[in-house]
Design a binder for this molecule. Structure first.
Ligand SMILES: C[S@@+](CC[C@H](N)C(=O)[O-])C[C@H]1O[C@@H](n2cnc3c(N)ncnc32)[C@H](O)[C@@H]1O
Length: 472
């Protein structure tokens, strides 16, 4: 879990473990501890322990100064930039606890974007504590959650229930997708849960409970999950020049934010990071050339890349150039650019690769992934169908098609692709890695599909199919 319990917190640890022991069926806490440290914990055990060992303190619009800066600077700029450019936003509340943080962002966006219905807005809310996630999904809150929230927010976005608790209005609730995610362990960035090319990551009051080494790793991963120009928001007490040295520090009155920018001395580092990172969204292509050879090609050329293109002195972009790249190198460059959040360049490289090798199914899948990142769902669906045309048993593509069609409200068609994926997964070993899938195993993908299809079934039973596109 990455959690740190210094001596002054040992009492909390002891209380937590004692309580957890009961749930695990142990009367004797010592014995329970022995069992825990005997073997690596399973995901299930981590989830159960997390309910006892994490601190879930949170409330709506926590830290007013930050929300003021978001409202007056960060979000208006981002919205303006995207208005004629896909109308999409991607936000992630990592360590969302009971949901007050992601829903605050949803309410703020609702106020700032008049035509929000025409936007594709993804607000991902993740946590390691299942009980907190359940609260997030329920979106019913006590007065205490509004301890520093203007009264009008409560009146406008909540209805008061008979039990004196407040229920969030459905249209705000639907803006947020709730999902389990362990920052210290799970693979990310990941397209499977929308934690890639993120515009703003909130990871507030989470890292302060982590062991230093874990914090560093988590920050690296969050850096990778951001789009270029994206923001990482931590709490004021977590700010650190050392830990966030890969980010540009932006100071606003009473608030420090971290922005992912491509600084000259960071560029090579980022490129090689993307090339070598094994838990990355766009993984090396399974083409004829081995990943190793491709990496060497690109690195050789990196040393002969013309230095800054920027003659005007403004935000110049260094180009990654390769002499006579072969198809695998072009595809790799598309992935590298995508990983850096440079989606236009990624798309261009992908198109070049496809022009050179029109029958390569993985290239169409890559193209679809980039289009999806750009928020171009229809075009992404078309590219996925091209990939399937070339390789009918491409499991991950069946899954992606099911997913995108469901999100576009085409539930019947979506079901067909989900079923195909399930049938293909049945032919695989549960622990077998699904090809081109960022390392996800067959059993896991089956579970994801089953949960997506059971939600779809439930809603259509209730005559609420149209909700599904909004929900997903
Ligand atoms: C204090 S709350 C912060 C809530 C919210 N971000 C805020 O600032 O108001 C910390 C949250 O981090 C979560 N957390 C702790 N370790 C985590 C991990 N390894 N992965 C994901 N979430 C974690 C806890 O479960 C808890 O809900």
């Amino acid at each position: 879990m990455g959690l740190n319990f210094p001596p002054e917190k040992r009492g909390d640890l002891e209380r937590g473990i004692r309580a957890a022991a009961k749930e695990f069926g142990y009367e004797d806490t010592e014995l329970f501890i022995q069992k825990l440290i005997e073997a690596p914990l399973t995901k299930n055990q981590i989830e159960m322990l997390a309910e006892y060992l994490t601190v879930g303190e949170t409330y709506f619009f926590r830290e007013k100064k930050l929300f003021d800066i978001l409202e007056t600077h960060i979000l208006p700029e981002l919205i303006h930039k995207r208005y004629n450019n896909g109308r999409y936003l991607r936000i992630w509340s990592a360590g969302c606890s009971s949901g007050e943080e992601p829903y605050s962002v949803a309410m703020l966006l609702h106020q700032l974007i008049p035509d929000i219905k025409n936007w594709d807005i993804s607000i991902l809310a993740t946590d390691i504590n299942q009980r907190a996630l359940k609260k997030t999904s329920n979106a019913i809150y006590k007065e205490w959650s509004f301890r520093d929230t203007p009264e009008w927010i409560k009146n406008r976005y909540f209805t008061k229930r008979k039990d004196d608790r407040y229920e969030l209005l459905k249209y705000i609730k639907k803006m947020v997708t709730v999902s389990y995610h362990n920052l210290a362990q799970d693979v990310y960035p990941s397209r499977l849960n929308n934690a890639t090319a993120v515009d703003i990551i909130f990871c507030r009051n989470v890292l302060m409970y982590f062991v230093l080494g874990h914090s560093k790793r988590v920050i690296q991963n969050l850096h990778r999950s951001l789009i270029e120009g994206g923001w990482l928001i931590v709490s004021p007490c977590e700010a650190s020049h050392v830990l966030f040295d890969r980010f540009k520090t932006m100071n606003y009155p009473g608030v420090i934010l971290y922005q992912k920018v491509m600084e000259m001395n960071q560029k090579d580092e980022n490129v090689s990071d993307s090339l070598h990172c094994d838990m990355h969204l766009f993984q090396p292509l399974s083409a004829n050339v081995s990943g190793q050879e491709v990496v060497q090609d690109v690195e050789l050329e990196k040393s002969s890349v013309a230095k800054p293109v920027d003659e005007t002195g403004q935000n110049g972009e260094e180009e990654i150039r390769v002499k006579n790249p072969d198809i695998a190198t072009m595809a790799l460059l598309a992935r590298v650019h995508a990983n850096l959040g440079r989606l236009t360049e990624a798309y261009e490289w992908c198109e070049k690769a496809i022009t050179a090798d029109k029958l390569n199914h993985t290239l169409y899948y890559l193209k679809a992934s980039i289009l999806q990142e750009q928020g171009l769902m229809e075009q992404a669906i078309a590219a996925l169908k091209q990939a399937l045309y070339l390789k009918q048993n491409f499991v991950i593509v069946h899954y992606m098609l099911g997913n995108l069609l469901q999100r576009s409200g085409k539930c019947e068609e979506s079901k067909k692709y989900f079923n195909n994926a399930l049938m293909l997964l049945d032919t695989m070993n549960e622990e077998e890695i699904v090809p081109e899938s960022e390392g996800i195993v067959a059993g896991q993908l089956k579970k994801i599909i089953q949960s997506l299809t059971s939600l779809s079934g439930l809603l259509s039973l209730l005559g609420l199919s149209s909700l599904l596109s909004l929900l997903s």
